[in-house]
Design a binder for this molecule. Structure first.
Ligand SMILES: *[C@@H]1O[C@H](CO)[C@@H](O)[C@H](O)[C@H]1NC(C)=O
Ligand SMILES: *[C@@H]1O[C@H](CO)[C@@H](O)[C@H](O)[C@H]1NC(C)=O
Length: 471
């Protein structure tokens, strides 16, 4: 036996042992994550949050956890088998998981509803939003794992306890990726043992209403997303979520916003009065833009349009995405808006949005809910709202800018502050890249539709087909 073959043999033996070790380790690890653990076996607490139980789970464990979370009402039971699917069967939708306590009453006096959406950690702006809006709010929340479900329950319970308007005016719908199994086991690994988990839940439910968002966020972080759901969260289906929230409104008019857009105080009532004017009642296919500004976080919410314009003048406010992507809102013509109706008269139209700058237009606006829905072919970032504007324009909708109503996004944004560098930047770039291609094809579709519409109109008028070589 030469030294060389000897070494080779050694190497093979070592490799074999190494492989066996890895396989065994993997098996152990897999076993420990896929099988529910018994009480004393592990420091991790697993909480069964569904009423559909995993058979092999020990009775002891089941009783313990169900008493602490479901039966006490800390965590809702989610009726897994009552989900509806979206058209592409990407997500399961649960409508009316929480219904605003005064929803029926509200909808008898409002024909407009604010629809918005977000992931669990972004609903912290909803209390402020509903306090400002003071009308029905339809909120769609996206969750990708059982821990978030627990977290969402804790947050919603806290807000419902502490903010009467949140309890009365906000209805919450849920969307969950289809990949997520029906039977959930929350794995609160960040908490050392079940006693600690119980303590955590109890302390959360006893939080005073004065607790800051920062503290809430910190607490929720303890039980937040595991690595598995990161990818699902990265592919947040914005347009699905917008449609879910908007359709659940059930009102003739909707105001579809992003979750961190805060309308000026009492907007719902002001807009409701506007909707009832003859002008609006007679306006066909009209969408009304609510000018939206970014505001320096150290400022307080402007009490009037005049104050807001002054803040803009001192660079403490700026049109939404002014620095990030000017074209997204440029057609609103903020400069013109700043000159009109500086008094606080009832809401009226300031001017028409500029047709010329509408290529990437994505304003926040109120409209009858029969405006084209958001295209669910776009997932993640890029062209999610502008594609909808383009479709609305093709269908003949007109955009007019309202005054003196407005909305605020907290914090001045620029390209650097908007996106965390690193991974998030890469993801956004990739999604935008794919969505741009989808957008191009979508625009071709719209162009065809426009031509077909033209043809139909022509035929109706003249009883003949137009010469298409002219277009
Ligand atoms: C903006 O500021 C300038 C001075 O910097 C002032 O002359 C002007 O009146 C201000 N405009 C408004 C609308 O406040
Ligand atoms: C934005 O709109 C203004 C007019 O309101 C126009 O002068 C300017 O060129 C537009 N900018 C872009 C990038 O579209």
């Amino acid at each position: 036996m030469t030294v060389r073959t000897y070494t080779k043999l050694h190497l093979i033996v070592y490799l074999a042992i190494f492989t066996v070790c890895i396989v065994t380790l993997k098996a152990i690890l897999h076993k420990s994550t896929s099988e529910p653990r018994r009480r004393n076996e592990s420091p991790n607490l697993e909480i069964e949050i569904s009423d559909f139980r995993v058979e092999e789970q020990s009775v002891d464990f089941e009783e313990q956890t169900e008493v602490s979370l479901i039966d006490t009402g800390f965590v809702k039971e989610l009726p897994f088998y009552r989900a509806r699917l979206d058209r592409r069967r990407l997500i399961k939708i649960y409508d009316w998981v929480w219904t605003g306590e005064r929803w029926d009453e509200l909808l008898s006096s409002f024909s407009i509803c604010l629809s918005t959406q977000g992931s669990m950690d972004r609903i912290m702006s909803v209390p402020e939003l509903v306090e400002a809006w003071r009308g029905p709010v339809s909120l769609a929340v996206y969750i990708t794992n059982p821990n978030e479900w627990v977290g969402l329950n804790l947050l919603v319970n806290h807000y419902r306890k502490c903010h009467p308007l949140f309890r009365d005016y906000v209805s919450i719908h849920l969307a969950i990726p289809v990949q997520i199994e029906n039977t959930w086991t929350a794995d609160l690994q960040q908490l050392e043992d079940e006693e600690e988990a119980e303590k955590f839940v109890t302390s959360f439910t006893n939080l005073p209403c004065t607790t800051s968002d920062k503290v809430l966020q910190h607490m929720i972080k303890k039980i937040q997303a595991n690595e598995d759901s990161k990818l699902l969260m990265e592919n947040y289906p914005q347009n699905h979520m917008r449609n879910i929230a908007e359709k659940a409104c059930g009102t003739e008019w909707t105001f579809s916003t992003d979750i961190d857009i805060i309308p000026r105080p009492d907007s719902a009532t002001l807009l409701q009065d506007f909707i009832l004017t003859d002008y609006v009642q007679e306006c066909q296919q009209c969408a009304f833009v609510v000018p939206t500004f970014e505001l320096d976080i150290k400022q307080s919410y402007p009490a009037s349009k005049k104050e807001l314009v002054q803040l803009w003048n001192s660079s403490l406010a700026q049109p939404f995405h002014f620095d990030v992507f000017l074209k997204a809102h440029n057609a609103t013509n903020y400069k013109r808006w700043a000159r009109t109706n500086l008094g606080e008269e009832p809401i009226k139209v300031s001017h028409k949005a500029t047709r010329k700058y509408m290529q990437y237009y994505e304003p926040f606006y109120i409209s009858p809910s029969n405006i084209p829905e958001f295209q669910e072919r776009f997932i993640g970032y890029g062209f999610t709202r502008s594609s909808q504007t383009q479709e609305a324009l093709t269908e003949g909708w007109k955009f007019q800018v309202l005054t003196p109503v407005f909305a605020i996004h907290w914090g001045l944004q620029n390209r650097e502050t908007l996106i965390n560098p690193g991974n998030e930047k890469i993801i956004r770039r990739r999604q935008t890249f794919f969505n741009r291609r989808i957008f191009k094809r979508f625009m071709i579709e719209l162009e065809l539709r426009r031509k077909l519409k033209q043809e139909a109109n022509y035929e109706e008028k003249h009883g003949t087909t137009p010469d298409f070589s002219k277009y």
